[in-house]
Write a protein that binds this ligand. Structure first.
Ligand code: 8DG
Ligand code: MG
Ligand code: MG
Length: 143
């Protein structure tokens, strides 16, 4: 029997022209670079979920949390089949000097800032697809 789609929230935490990415240890997208994020919990707003997941995964405090877009992702290759409607948010740091911590080392190899023009490979497939479609979390001048 197939599972019902679930809602995910992923966050572009931006600092200058850099974004925060971490290499996944989870079975879906194993060893690919992805945004911090997770599943929407009962009663949460997208903004609340974004702030909670970023804090839980990286220790970072974010502000100016805005909705950007939504993507539809069907993962059929992992052992566990999964359909995620991903709400994509953008945010900045409360304190630009705050350093990311790898709070969930069983789920991620570690977090770092990457130049938008020089992203690590391979990217998590939903992120790769957004980029191929010309998406950028930055204003047009940086595209
Ligand atoms: P949770 O138990 O903390 O709620 O969940 P999680 O283990 O942190 O979930 P996740 O897989 O990191 O994120 C939920 C889903 O969001 C993921 O399975 C697919 C979707 N998603 C995208 N793009 C991205 C992305 O760039 N990063 C993350 N983390 N999730 C993304 O479609
Ligand atoms: Mg999480
Ligand atoms: Mg996560």
């Amino acid at each position: 029997m197939s599972q019902a789609p679930v809602v995910g929230v992923a966050v572009f935490v931006v600092k200058g022209d850099k974004v925060l990415l971490g290499r996944r240890r989870s079975s879906v997208g194993h060893n690919t670079y992805a945004l911090p994020g997770g599943h929407l919990e009962f009663g949460e707003s997208f903004e609340e979920c974004a702030a909670r997941e970023v804090k839980e995964e990286t220790g970072l405090d974010i502000k100016d949390i805005q909705f950007i877009t939504v993507t539809n992702n069907v993962f059929t290759e992992a052992a566990k089949q999964l359909h995620v409607v991903a709400v994509i948010m953008r945010a900045s740091l409360v304190d630009p000097e705050q350093l990311p911590q790898n709070v969930e080392p069983e789920k991620c190899d570690g977090w770092d800032w990457y130049d938008w023009k020089n992203l690590p490979q391979p990217l998590f497939q939903p992120l790769e697809t957004m980029l191929k479609n010309g998406f950028s979390p930055f204003p047009a001048k940086l595209n």
